[in-house]
Design a binder for this molecule. Structure first.
Ligand code: PHE
Length: 345
């Protein structure tokens, strides 16, 4: 009987469930599409006897509405479930944010720059690929000075033989001092931080590149006493108020007189220990009064002006401050090493 079939279909539809939109669409097609089961009953309408048509038509429409409502209801449930699944669970523990650390060389460079900035020095910069003039000739290096040898300096390999001998990687940042003196009239008071290159085998104690900070002060009546006072202040700011300095005579082509500076050992305070090889002193920098030849090469009148210069290695100072035993650690990017400097920020 048709009426029974309507009831059966209604019972079936009332039990329907769907876990996602796809399953739901399959149900809609099964019952309500052109070839669906509900539609099939409509097609049988014409076979119904006239006296039954009214009741039957009513029931059929009810069934159709019931099925449509049921499908819509299921659609709402599906949407709600999907929304729930995509919800962010705010109770889950967060992924930890890994915060980077400053490189130890950057920390020490910043500390040194800060000290000299307070003394009135400004920053100067220059290229790492340089010419012979700015690295050697203007700085009073003799034509046969050993530093000009292939063994000490990197030459840029170019086809033009003339250029090949002339273009090099700077072996010290004194080249920036030359560039500044060429461009600027005294008084000049600058520090030049930067990377420098030397043709050395890489070991725990030497590397083919490292970092320097050099300083230059040119004015009227600048004396060696001024140099010594600035360096004493610098050493005490960097290593502590009780630090002592001593200057030993030395030689650089671009300074006369020249000196090397030691500071009292930061471990034993000058008593003598294994770290300072029982001398009480450790060497930290080279310095001197700018050679008049250098001033003249850069267009500065050496009868009117005098000046001092100093240069130090940032790796060396970092080793002394943090007792880093192996220079290679600075360029290996090992986070375990870098993380040790988190507290130094
Ligand atoms: N340029 C020297 C070096 O690289 C350091 C230095 C600078 C020495 C200035 C004296 C004066 O070793």
């Amino acid at each position: 009987m048709l009426l029974e079939r309507i009831e059966a279909l209604k019972a079936q539809i009332s039990e329907l469930t769907a876990s996602n939109e796809e399953a739901l669409e399959a149900l809609r097609i099964k019952y309500l599409s052109k070839k669906g089961e509900v539609t099939a009953l409509f097609n049988e309408f014409r076979n119904v006897s006239p006296e039954m048509k009214r009741e039957f038509g009513q029931k059929l429409n009810e069934l159709k509405n019931f099925a449509t409502e049921k499908i819509n209801e299921l659609r709402e449930t599906c949407k709600a479930q999907e929304k729930e699944a995509n919800k962010i669970d705010i109770t889950r523990p967060a992924t930890p944010e890994v915060v980077g650390t400053r490189h130890p060389l950057s920390l020490v460079r910043k500390e040194i720059i800060d000290i000299f900035s307070r003394l009135g020095f400004t920053l100067a910069d220059g290229p790492e690929v340089e010419d012979d003039w700015h690295v050697f000739s203007a700085l009073n290096f003799a034509a046969d000075h050993p530093a000009r040898d292939m063994q000490d300096t990197f030459f840029i390999n170019q086809d033009d033989k003339e250029v090949q001998r002339n273009i090099i990687l700077r072996s010290h940042t004194s080249s920036v001092q030359v560039r500044t003196m060429e461009r600027q009239k005294p008084p000049i008071r600058i520090i030049c931080p930067g990377r420098v290159y030397r043709n050395e085998a890489i070991t725990a104690r030497a590397h083919c590149f490292f970092h320097q900070i050099e300083g230059l002060y040119i004015d009227k009546n600048v004396s060696f006493a001024d140099l010594k006072q600035v360096l004493l202040l610098f050493a005490q700011e960097l290593f502590g108020k009780d630090t002592k300095i001593r200057l030993r005579p030395s030689y650089f082509p671009f300074t006369e007189p020249s000196a090397e500076m030691d500071v009292s050992c930061m471990l034993c305070g000058g008593e003598g220990c294994g770290f300072c090889k029982h001398t009480g002193w450790v060497e930290i920098l080279g310095c001197g009064m700018v050679d008049p030849n250098v001033l003249e090469s850069c267009g500065i009148d050496s009868k009117v002006y005098s000046g001092y210069a100093f240069g130090l290695g940032i790796e060396r100072i970092t080793n002394l401050k943090y007792m880093v035993k192996d220079l290679r650690m600075f360029s290996e990017n090992d986070v375990r090493f870098l993380n040790e400097f988190q507290a130094a920020h």
